[in-house]
Design a protein around this ligand. Sequence first.
Ligand SMILES: C[S@@+](CC[C@H](N)C(=O)[O-])C[C@H]1O[C@@H](n2cnc3c(N)ncnc32)[C@H](O)[C@@H]1O
Length: 210
Amino acid sequence: MIDLGCGAGGQTIQLAGLLDGSRIVAVDSHEGSVARLRAEVGRRGLSGRISAVAADMLNLDFPQGSFDLVWSEGALYNIGIGNAMHLSRRLLRSGGYVAFTDAVWRRNDPPGEVRKSFEVDYPAMSTAVGVMEVIERSGFELKGHFTLPDEAWWGDFYTPMEARIAEMRRKYAGDGEALAVMDMLAAEPEMHRRHSDCYAYEFFVARRPE
Ligand SMILES: C[S@@+](CC[C@H](N)C(=O)[O-])C[C@H]1O[C@@H](n2cnc3c(N)ncnc32)[C@H](O)[C@@H]1O
């Protein structure tokens, strides 16, 4: 399988544990994240099973149909879901699966604050229905989808992030510039606390027909 936009590979390592014996290619364009994953792979003795590759996912030269599963968490939006489906079609053998998460709108009328924030981060963000239409238009059979629970935002992400911001605020208490950066970073979890009804991560699974 291939994990596109793997970051530092939290999910890659989990997948290796779940898919006993399978081989995983993990790709990310951020060299530092790939280096962290490589180190973790080495520490866990998984280098025979996980290859961590620093590359742009749009620039991969694996032969057509090399993989039976394309996995991607929170990364395909960087190239657009239509392009990602096209890429997955090329990477997957017939009958292979693509499994990915994408941020989606849950409400048609989000408050201005939320709309503006996503205009910067993900202007093409759609609804779950919109993503399903792209999946099916790209020649995939949709097998299922579900909304990630709100805990998925907090458990491993916003809770440790807010703790770290508090730590940094104490450390840089007299430094106005650093505190302004902390305020900017803190705005994201604060917005999520107020407006999590407006958007979510949706997990999609689809199959490339034989
Ligand atoms: C939100 S992070 C998700 C990381 C990881 N999948 C996770 O869930 O923790 C998105 C990742 O996509 C990577 N990325 C963005 N554009 C990319 C591209 N064109 N090719 C490969 N990776 C890309 C970023 O470097 C980043 O690590």
